[in-house]
Design a protein around this ligand. Structure first.
Ligand SMILES: Cc1cc2nc3c(=O)[nH]c(=O)nc-3n(C[C@H](O)[C@H](O)[C@H](O)COP(=O)(O)OP(=O)(O)OC[C@H]3O[C@@H](n4cnc5c(N)ncnc54)[C@H](O)[C@@H]3O)c2cc1C
Length: 472
């Protein structure tokens, strides 16, 4: 329980202007990008590692729950303060500390927005490959917390591949460094444990990131298909042919329609499936890749292939895909988005099954996918004021995740478990696996104060913090 004297203590550490506890401020931090809700008791904005450490020492002493937060764009309820307590927002720790192109490293604070790093790297001819569609607002600390992916992670790999070292403040306020500035540090790779840990093991306060040179040239192919089966089979065929495009994204008819209502990116609204394929390389190799891909797509009932070579043509196509979630929100502010990943050769049966689930539960589902990775994002739309629709959307979501598991896939490719997929963790993992995960949590955070109730399902959780149902 946060008392007035505790708030005063936080204000002494951080300055009054960096501590918020007015009702309107608490409401502003009661949600993230999901329909989940929970109200905090105080929000703090540290500016440096020493302040994070001092705040954590006070929190640890009082055994108060704390939710680390970047921009709150996660799609799994990971930053909803369901147990009340403190929201520790890292957005003021947003400096680039060093860019070292010779060693291909960037050292940054966790509150730095992903796109701000990309904008600093591009003039130097470099890029940080993980590029979530939320990159205009999501922070690198949040990207690490969720092990974020993005369209270019098909070729380059997700966030975990690009984090070399992490400075972490532990639950008791101790500051430790995991990994470092060079690869191949001997001993246990504890750095890897923190990536995708959703803020339940420690708070990242500094990140040593790998950066790579920007590709010299890129083209985009927009392949338009008569059937969704054709588009998804083409994905599998492209990858099995040995071609690894820079990005390979899929959108169904509903998604293209939604995008066109908002962004007018030039996607067809009458085709059942569309692939956005980015090719990287130099002249001859680009021609060859485009020819091979075109042949594969034609065999899968492609009706049209467009080629974008200029920056303007490429930008508008990417704006359409990256703007999809925002475009949906304009039409239907509430949706649940699934994030299951299936083996690429199971995309056709999985998408067919998702179509049947939509019919069965009488819900509208729009599908986009980081298809090259088999990472599906079915968006299930619902009216938040219609209890029956809301229930149907959540039920349909669970069945979709079960389908992904049955196809040999996983619950999440990049959005994390948070609150939304807690129940499904028991479907995916054996009780012994979950017990082992709780054991690791208890070593880092014996009092379960760090983001309690997230990632690991509650029954095995020895947390003393109850979920607080507070009317918002
Ligand atoms: C429109 C839209 C598009 C999206 N597209 C993608 C996409 O293409 N790919 C993708 O992967 N995701 C995507 N997302 C989801 C989301 O943007 C990512 O999960 C992102 O990584 C979250 O960053 P954030 O700064 O908002 O983190 P938050 O939501 O604030 O936090 C995410 C998790 O990380 C923890 N955390 C935050 N900061 C720290 C820290 N410093 N130390 C330890 N833990 C921390 C939090 O406790 C929480 O569990 C999208 C979201 C939206 C709204």
């Amino acid at each position: 329980m946060v008392t007035e004297s505790f708030i005063k203590e936080l204000a002494k550490i951080l300055g009054r202007e960096n501590v918020l506890s007015a009702r309107k401020d608490l409401l502003a931090y009661s949600y993230d990008s999901t329909p989940e809700r929970g109200i905090p008791e105080v929000i703090v904005f540290p500016h440096n590692t020493a302040q994070v450490s001092a705040v954590m020492k006070a929190i640890h002493r009082e055994k108060i729950p704390v939710v680390p937060r970047g921009a709150g764009t996660n799609l799994s309820g990971g930053t909803v303060p369901t147990c009340g307590g403190v929201v520790l927002e890292l957005s003021r720790m947003n400096r680039i500390l060093e860019i070292d192109t010779a060693n291909r490293r960037a050292i940054v604070e966790p509150g730095l927005v992903n796109l701000d790093l990309q904008n600093a790297l591009a003039p130097l001819g470099f890029v940080f490959p993980p590029d979530p569609a939320s990159q205009k607002s999501s922070t690198l600390g949040g990207n690490v917390g969720e092990n974020a992916g993005g369209p270019h992670c098909l070729k380059y790999g997700v966030t975990s591949k690009y984090v070399c070292g992490i400075e972490v403040v532990l639950a008791d306020g101790e500051i430790v460094e995991l990994g470092g500035n060079v690869e191949d540090i001997p001993g246990y790779d504890l750095r890897a444990l923190l990536i995708g840990a959703e803020g339940i093991l420690g708070i990242a306060t500094k990140l040593v990131l790998n950066i790579v040179p920007l590709p010299k040239t890129s083209w985009i192919l927009l392949a338009v298909f008569e059937t969704l089966d054709g588009a998804s089979q083409a994905v599998s065929d492209i990858i099995s042919s040995g071609i690894v495009p820079g990005a390979l994204e899929l959108m169904d008819k509903t998604s293209c329609w939604v995008i066109e209502q908002s962004i007018s990116a030039g996607y067809p609204t009458d085709a059942e499936g569309v692939l956005l394929i980015e090719l990287e390389g130099l002249g001859d190799s680009l021609n060859r890749q485009a020819k091979d891909i075109s042949e594969i797509c034609r065999k899968n009932k492609m009706r049209e292939l467009r080629l974008a070579k200029t920056t303007a043509e490429k930008t508008i196509l990417w704006q359409g895909r990256r703007g999809f979630f925002g475009a949906v929100a304009r039409l239907c502010p509430q949706y649940v988005v699934m994030d299951g990943t299936v083996p690429r050769n199971k995309m056709v049966p999985t998408l067919r099954q998702i179509g049947k689930i939509a019919e069965q539960y009488k819900v509208t589902i729009a599908n986009v996918a980081h298809a090259g990775d088999g990472n599906l994002h079915p968006l299930i739309l619902f009216d938040v004021n219609n209890e029956q629709e809301k229930k149907a959307a959540h039920e349909a979501g669970k069945v979709i995740l079960k389908t992904c598991l049955d196809m040999g896939g996983t619950l999440t490719g990049e959005h994390g478990i948070g609150l939304e997929k807690l129940g499904s963790m028991k479907t995916m993992f054996h009780p012994a696996d979950l017990a082992a995960m709780h054991h690791v949590k208890s070593i880092f955070d014996p009092d379960s104060i760090l983001n309690p109730g997230k990632l690991l399902p509650a029954e095995e959780d020895n947390s003393h913090h109850e979920r607080k149902e507070i009317p918002v």
